[in-house]
Ligand binder design. Structure first.
Ligand SMILES: CC(C)(COP(=O)(O)OP(=O)(O)OC[C@H]1O[C@@H](n2cnc3c(N)ncnc32)[C@H](O)[C@@H]1OP(=O)(O)O)[C@@H](O)C(=O)NCCC(=O)NCCS
Length: 165
């Protein structure tokens, strides 16, 4: 979204599968969101993984992507959140909330009972985000991130099964 342009209404976002053609836009968000971003070739590879679910929050006019999320379904009824990121211009507008809600709902329908993730101990906005959602800390993993040597926190959120009928 260009600086100074009117901010589209958040209700115009649609949640959609990530496609190979989205990789350049996703990579642009990735580069400004993570210390060691996945390169585009990694995105092209993970999109081909049948256990992976990658979704984007797309502006309804298809002009841009506000954020994305990726998670994997493990055989032990566990979903693991690999990535969640929101473009800087869209942050603090509940796009992250909506991506996480969408993930929890979809994972519940696929039979997952727990959502786990890893987060850097210095990532204050993400920690506040996960705290709001009630994630529990499972353990602290020392020097978890080889790029900076930072510790990681392994967090988990119980998934409520969808109501039947
Ligand atoms: C973490 C991230 C996805 C949050 O996305 P977002 O769309 O800005 O978050 P939301 O607007 O949905 O915020 C939801 C809640 O999270 C918390 N929160 C989010 N960003 C915050 C910040 N910068 N400071 C404090 N609290 C924050 C608040 O509790 C907020 O609720 P509120 O607005 O009602 O107070 C976003 O900051 C991001 O893309 N960061 C870079 C990538 C990253 O670190 N991903 C996580 C890796 S583990």
């Amino acid at each position: 979204m260009a600086r100074g342009s009117p901010r589209p209404d958040d209700s115009t976002l649609v949640f959609d599968a990530m496609h190979r053609r989205d990789v350049p836009a996703v990579s642009a968000i990735e580069r400004v969101s993570f210390p060691t971003p996945f390169p585009p070739r990694v995105y092209r590879a993970v999109l081909a993984d049948p256990a992976a679910r990658w979704r984007v929050a797309r502006c309804a006019d298809r002009s841009s992507i506000a954020g994305y999320v990726g998670w994997f379904l493990a055989p032990d009824a566990r979903a693991h959140l690999a990535k969640i990121a929101v473009a800087p211009a869209w942050r603090r507008r509940h796009v992250g909330d909506r991506l996480l809600r969408h993930t929890l709902d979809t994972a519940a329908h696929e039979g997952a009972e727990l959502l786990t993730l890893e987060v850097r101990v210095t990532n204050t906005p993400a920690l506040a985000f996960y705290r709001k959602w009630g994630f529990a800390e499972l353990y602290r993993s020392p020097a978890h991130y080889p790029d900076t040597g930072e510790d990681g926190l392994i967090l988990a959120h119980t998934i409520i099964p969808p109501r039947s009928g």
